[in-house]
Write a protein that binds this ligand. Structure first.
Ligand code: 13P
Ligand code: SF4
Length: 323
């Protein structure tokens, strides 16, 4: 969703410098829904992985400042090999990406030549280059419905998202055993407790949560769909089981509603340490230095582009057009 820059951040000296430099570089600032509020507020576009890929695919900017994690910036580079793509902190990784090294995926793929590999976008460019199609949490069920019926589906790397998609589509899949270290922190017991404290508040959960949590939810969806769902929902208080950054976006888009972060059992575990590596200072620094830049070998860029383009194509088809 394209949001107007927030007055306060844009008028701070850091914000003003970023906006002036953005103009000079002909840059676009793309930010994920989990970024800290001050980054969301200077961004041209704030959204989920699908929305960010769609924006990256259509931008006419010369420089893409990608405020998210590494695999997201890589996706933007794959779609724009000729543009400069910078990420404020090069170490902003993802536990799902780490769980699935490309050589290990290749070994598994070689055990069954009939595998059709569907890779959740939270994976490295090398894993994308080994895949048939990419999906995000916003389009995973649709992508699976369009997968060839005569192939054995292999879904990597998030076993929770994969299991949820099988529940939606009825298509069995071999699941890679990866997970998001943030979303598996919510437990059935902690969610049951918060629901008892707020009996009228529905629960919205991300599909990276475990089944024990998903089964308690009124809605399971991507971060972007959370915004539309919460806007339409008549309740004035809603419990949110996803990364804490989402609350800023929800409060901005649904003024007047109370958003209750779902509690974890032991710690303040609803913040992704990778997403939170980016700061407004690092946004300015990466625009001044044009570093760290995403660089990928040409063969990876070329091969990884095909499954991403397939995803964007399937995503653009009408809902009932499953082949
Ligand atoms: P979305 O695509 O729903 O924004 O999710 C991305 C992500 O990393 C969730 O942890
Ligand atoms: Fe990866 Fe989880 Fe962080 Fe999303 S929240 S970037 S899936 S570690």
């Amino acid at each position: 969703m394209t949001l107007p820059s927030d007055g306060t951040v844009a008028s701070s000296s850091l914000g003003r410098e970023i906006l002036a430099l953005k103009k000079r570089l002909n840059a676009v600032i793309l930010a994920h829904n989990y970024q800290v509020p001050e980054i969301q507020d200077v961004a041209d576009f704030v959204g989920d992985s699908l929305g960010l890929s769609q924006q990256a695919a259509m931008t006419s900017a010369d420089v893409i400042v990608f405020c998210g994690v590494h695999f997201m910036a890589e996706t933007a580079k794959i779609l724009n090999p000729g543009k400069v793509v910078v990420l404020p902190d090069a170490d902003a990784g993802c536990s799902l990406e780490e769980s699935c090294p490309a050589p290990r995926l290749k070994v598994l793929q070689d055990t069954n030549p009939n595998f059709y590999t569907i890779a959740y976008i939270n994976c490295s460019a090398e894993v994308k280059a080994l895949s048939d199609v990419i999906c995000t949490s916003g389009n995973a069920a649709k992508i699976v419905r369009h997968a060839p019926m005569d192939r054995d589906l292999l879904f990597v790397p998030d076993e929770n998202l994969g299991a949820w998609v099988t529940e939606q589509t009825g298509r069995p899949m071999t699941l890679w055993k990866g997970n998001c270290y943030v979303h598996v922190e919510w437990t059935h017991a902690a969610i049951t407790r918060i629901r008892r404290e707020h009996p009228g508040a529905p629960l919205v959960a991300h599909p990276e949560c475990t089944k024990a949590v998903r089964m308690l939810a009124d809605e399971v969806c991507s971060t972007e769909k959370m915004v539309t769902w919460c806007r339409k929902c008549p309740a004035d208080a809603i419990i949110i089981a996803t990364e804490a950054g989402m609350l800023h976006r929800l409060k901005k888009e649904c003024p007047g509603k109370l958003f209750i972060p779902a509690p974890t059992d032991h710690c303040r575990c609803n913040e992704c340490r990778y997403m939170k590596m980016n700061t407004l200072e690092k946004v300015l620094a990466c625009m001044q230095d044009l570093r760290p830049q995403i660089q990928l070998p040409r063969h990876v860029l070329e091969r990884a582009r095909l499954p991403i383009e397939r995803m964007l194509h399937v995503s653009s088809l009408p809902e009932d057009n499953a082949g």
